[in-house]
Design a protein around this ligand. Structure first.
Ligand code: ZN
Length: 135
């Protein structure tokens, strides 16, 4: 048997299992409280037990490892770091304002406040009293 993964995250384990199932890969899972029986089941909080995943066949090992990588890859947005335009302090992407001088990363647009949706370009006067004269 080949150990490919150990996790405390039950949802991650279930996801990995579903990936392995989809590829018809033989695997075994075991967790600590099953290995050291003696205490009544359910006594140990689930998050205290790393659950281990073993692959049975060596020829499926490589595929299984790829699936592990997929299962454990967390979707994370990496924010770019930025430099404060006011004081030049370098700041990590998760900050939206400079911790030193409180300058915002993104300056508010325009001094005129929110722009209403008036249409640009010439407007036709079409008041209630306007009449069109045919030339
Ligand atoms: Zn600053």
């Amino acid at each position: 048997m080949y150990k490919i993964h150990a996790t405390n995250d039950f949802s991650e384990l279930r996801y990995l299992q579903s990936l392995l199932d989809a590829k018809h890969i033989e695997y075994l899972t075991k967790d600590e409280h099953l290995m050291g029986l003696g205490a009544a089941a359910g006594q140990v909080p689930a998050h205290r037990c790393p659950m281990e995943v073993y692959i049975v066949r060596q020829d499926q090992l490589e595929t299984a490892k790829k699936l592990v990588r997929r299962a454990t890859a967390k979707v994370s947005i990496v924010l770019e770091s930025w430099t404060c335009s006011h004081c030049g302090e370098e700041l990590e992407g998760q900050f939206s304002a400079c911790w030193k001088c409180s300058t915002y990363r993104y300056q508010p647009k325009g001094p005129n406040g929110p722009t209403t949706s008036d249409a640009a370009g010439p407007k036709r006067k079409a008041g209630p009293g306007a009449t069109e004269k045919a030339g």
